[in-house]
Design a protein around this ligand. Structure first.
Ligand code: KG4
Ligand code: ZN
Length: 370
C-alpha cells in the first residue's frame, strides 16, 4: 500500500531555532507544508561567534513558538502527524538538548513516535527533498561550520571521503573579511570585492593539493592573507581599494581552486564505486551550505560536472542553510525504514555520519565539525 507520511521536524543545534512540517507520498516528490526559522544573529553579533549558553537559552525560549507557528502554517494538529523528528546531534549540546526535550514532550503528550536525526544527514539528504535525486550521489557540504565530501547511499548510509582538517571555507571567508575590515558574514563581502579584483595579482597557497586524498585545509590561506596585508601596509602605509579587491579575488580563487581540485578527486572515487554498485542511476554531485552560494565556486563546480557528465544539484539557499524542513525530511526517510527512538534518545555533541571514518578533531566557530 502506498503510504503518505507527515512529519514535524525540530532543529536547534547551532544558532537557528526551527520547526517545519514535511509530507511525502511514497514514490512522489516531498512537499514542505511549513518551515519556520528564528535566527539568533543579533544575539551573538557582539561576541564574534556563537555563544553556546546564549544560544541554548534562546532555543529554549523559541522552540515551542516555532512549533506552534509551523503547525499553524501547515494548517494541521498533532493528530494529523505520523511522527516528530528532532536533531539529536552533532552540535552545541545545550541547543541540541533543548530540541530533544521539546520533541520528547510533544511525543509524550501526543503519543507520536519520536525519530532522532543527525543534523549532517539533514543537510546531506536535502537534494532528495528538493530534487528527488536517486542514491548513490556525491555530496559536498560547504558552510561556516562544515566541509566534507560524502557518498550518500541511503538515509543512514554515508561514506565520508574527506573533509577539512582545520577551518571550514565559510569560516575562512569570514576571517578574511574581518582581516580586511569588510562586513560579516564574510563570504558575500569578499565575493563582492572580488568582482573588481584581479585574481592573479597575488598568489595564495593551494593547501594539500599535493596529497592524493580528499582532505582540505583553509587556515593557511587566512595566515597568507594577513601577512600580505601587513606587508602592503608596512610598504605603502595602507591598502587601496584596488589592493583589497585584488586580495579578495586571489583569496576566493584559491578557495575555489582547492574545492574544485578535491571535488575532482572525490568524483573519481564516487564514479568508480557507482559503476560497480548501481550503474543504471544517473550520477550526481549535490552541494549544500552557505558557501555553495558563491558564484565563482558554483561556476567552477558546474564546469567540472559538465566535463565529467555528472548532474549538478544545488538546493535553494534557504534549504542549504540550517532549517527544520531538512530534519523533518531526514526523519521521514528514517521513519520509512522502520526507525523509531525511545524516551532515552540522547543529545550528542559529536556524531560523525560515517561511523567508520574518524571524526575530525577540534570544533568550528559554530560547534563540532563531526
Ligand atoms: O550554511 P551557513 O548559512 O551556516 C552554517 O555555517 O551553519 O553558512 C554560512 C557561511 C558563512 O561563513 C558565510 O560567510 C558563507 O557561508 N557564505 C558565503 C557566501 N554566502 C554565505 N561564502 C562565500 N560566498 C558567498 N556568496
Ligand atoms: Zn548545518
Amino acid at each position: 500500500m502506498v503510504q503518505t507520511l507527515t512529519i514535524l521536524g525540530l532543529e536547534s543545534s547551532c544558532d537557528d531555532t526551527a520547526a517545519a512540517v514535511v509530507r511525502q507520498t511514497e514514490g512522489q516528490q516531498a512537499e514542505i507544508l511549513s518551515s519556520i526559522v528564528f535566527g539568533q544573529t543579533e544575539l551573538h553579533s557582539a561576541y564574534g561567534g556563537v555563544v553556546p549558553e546564549i544560544a541554548a537559552r534562546a532555543h529554549a525560549e523559541k522552540l515551542d513558538i516555532s512549533v506552534r507557528e509551523a503547525m499553524q502554517a501547515a494548517g494541521l494538529t498533532f493528530s494529523d502527524l505520523d511522527a516528530v523528528a528532532v536533531t539529536a546531534g552533532p552540535g552545541l549540546i545545550g541547543g541540541v538538548m533543548s530540541g530533544v526535550m521539546c520533541a520528547k514532550g510533544i511525543a509524550a503528550a501526543s503519543g507520536l513516535p519520536l525519530v532522532g536525526v543527525n543534523h549532517l544527514a539533514g543537510h546531506a539528504l536535502t537534494p532528495r527533498l528538493t530534487d528527488g535525486i536517486a542514491f548513490p550521489y556525491l555530496m559536498l557540504l560547504v558552510s561556516g561550520g562544515h566541509c566534507q565530501f560524502l557518498i550518500a547511499r541511503g538515509p543512514e548510509d554515508f561514506t565520508r571521503l574527506g573533509g577539512t582538517i582545520d577551518d571550514a571555507p565559510g569560516e575562512a571567508f569570514d576571517k578574511a573579511a574581518r582581516l580586511l575590515g569588510l562586513p560579516q558574514p564574510g563570504g558575500p563581502s569578499v565575493q563582492k570585492e572580488a568582482e573588481t579584483g584581479d585574481p592573479k595579482r597575488f598568489r595564495f597557497p593551494r593547501p594539500l593539493l599535493d596529497r592524493a586524498d580528499c582532505n582540505l585545509s583553509f587556515s593557511g590561506l587566512k595566515t597568507a592573507l594577513m601577512r600580505l596585508r601587513d606587508q602592503i601596509v608596512a610598504e605603502k602605509g595602507g591598502l587601496t581599494r584596488q589592493d583589497r579587491a585584488d586580495m579578495c579575488a586571489g583569496f576566493q580563487q584559491a578557495i575555489a581552486d582547492v574545492l574544485t581540485a578535491k571535488t575532482r578527486r572525490a568524483l573519481a572515487l564516487y564514479l568508480e564505486e557507482k559503476a560497480q554498485i548501481s550503474p543504471e542511476t544517473p550520477p550526481a554531485l549535490a552541494v549544500a551550505g552557505g558557501v555553495a552560494a558563491n558564484t565563482q565556486i558554483r561556476t567552477d563546480l558546474m564546469d567540472l560536472c559538465t566535463e565529467q557528465q555528472v548532474a549538478f544539484v544545488a538546493p535553494p539557499l534557504a534549504l542549504c542553510t540550517d532549517n527544520a524542513a531538512m530534519i523533518a525530511y531526514a526523519g521521514l526517510e528514517r521513519f520509512r525504514t522502520g526507525a523509531r527512538d525511545g524516551m532515552d534518545l540522547a543529545a550528542r555533541p559529536r556524531w560523525p555520519l560515517d561511523q567508520s571514518s574518524p571524526s575530525m578533531l577540534g570544533s568550528g566557530r559554530k560547534g563540532a565539525k563531526a
